[in-house]
Write a protein that binds this ligand. Structure first.
Ligand code: SF4
Length: 163
């Protein structure tokens, strides 16, 4: 049962994209991943608009003092297990904007990042590679989360039997 849940999570993960103030170069490449040419849906990946439904968070652009709260808010709404992919020079380090007065830096300054995709802008192939790396981490995190859930369920069963 545990392995079935984990397998289905990794075989059909849902993804949400958050733009932290990108120049839209990276965003266009993310959209290209969804087109029939790159067709990320062939991996069972579905793009969704609600963080409460998402397993993977793709972040483009530089984190600044105005959007860091919104980014954290989106991340916090995602259920465990979840993974984050930072995309492009801006998402990974702050890029050319990193020393600007209003810039916090890369995505990992605000939330934990599981995969980094370099480039300005990165090619769709590189973004898909980043997502696949993140899926491996999602599987690992999923095992830990499932273990905790099953342990709690078993404990509940034991408590019920004792009554
Ligand atoms: S990494 Fe390059 S393409 Fe992507 S948001 Fe930054 S400046 Fe734009």
């Amino acid at each position: 049962m545990k392995s079935l849940i984990n397998k289905s999570r990794v075989k059909s993960p849902w993804l949400i994209h958050f733009d932290c103030g990108s120049c839209n170069g990276c965003d266009i490449e993310v959209l290209a991943c969804l087109t029939p040419v790159y067709d990320i849906e062939r991996f069972g990946i579905l793009n969704v608009g609600n963080p409460k439904h998402a397993d993977i968070l793709l972040v483009t652009g530089t984190v600044n003092h105005r959007n860091k709260k919104a980014l954290k808010n989106v991340y916090d709404q995602m259920p465990e297990p979840k993974v984050v992919v930072a995309i492009g020079a801006c998402g990974t380090t702050g890029g050319v904007f990193r020393e600007a007065y209003n810039v916090v830096g890369g995505v990992d300054k605000v939330i934990p990042v599981d995969a980094y995709v370099s480039g300005c802008a990165p090619k769709p192939e590189a973004i898909i590679d980043g997502v696949i790396i993140a899926l491996g981490k999602l599987a690992e995190k999923g095992k830990r989360v499932d273990q905790g859930i099953f342990e709690r369920l078993e404990q509940t069963q034991t408590n019920i039997k004792k009554r």
